[in-house]
Design a binder for this molecule. Structure first.
Ligand SMILES: [Zn+2]
Ligand SMILES: [Zn+2]
Length: 167
């Protein structure tokens, strides 16, 4: 169901003026992340307390609470087609940057999740096995697995040195 229908059903004022007010209050609760980004744009992180699943919660009215990333999509892109969920491409659940979201089927979302989290990892760890911090140093491979950028650089440098020595 579209946000507009949902609001009308709850007899919430859907006038343009009220909508602008929703958007202003929404924006005031976001901040541009200084360490999380995806494909060149920073994450837009929710400042409020996340829910149990780690998603931001936006209180549209006192008794209508939406997931912040879904609200963001509804406000700045349009309605989320029925049956689709928004997948966080940046893997940062509190992010509401619409450039980091993609509507996908629940099946795709689960598959991606399974595909992404190597050996059953449900969450990205805080750092790599060598202690380099994630997600600053996180790197997604084309196989949708995670790698540490620092470790990768070190191993590339080492192999370059080896080649030099051999030459
Ligand atoms: Zn993001
Ligand atoms: Zn590392």
């Amino acid at each position: 169901m579209s946000l507009l229908c949902e609001l009308e059903k709850r007899s919430i004022d859907t006038s343009k003026a009220n909508f602008i007010w929703f958007i202003i209050s929404f924006i005031s609760k976001c901040k541009i992340s200084d360490c999380h980004s995806f494909e060149g744009t920073p994450c837009l992180e929710w400042k409020g307390t996340p829910n149990n699943s780690g998603y931001g919660r936006f209180c549209l009215t006192r008794n209508y609470i939406m997931r912040a990333h879904r609200a963001s999509w509804e406000f700045f892109v349009g309605s989320i087609p029925d049956g689709l969920v928004l997948d966080h491409l940046c893997r940062n659940e509190i992010c509401v940057n619409v450039l980091h979201l993609e509507p996908v089927t629940i099946g795709t979302n689960t598959r991606r999740g399974k595909h992404c989290w190597k050996s059953g990892l449900r969450k990205i760890p805080d750092c790599c096995t060598h202690g380099h911090k994630y997600p600053e140093n996180l790197y997604w491979t084309s196989r949708h697995t995670i790698e540490c950028r620092v470790c990768k650089n070190i191993s590339t440098k080492k192999s370059r040195k080896r080649i030099k020595l051999l030459c």
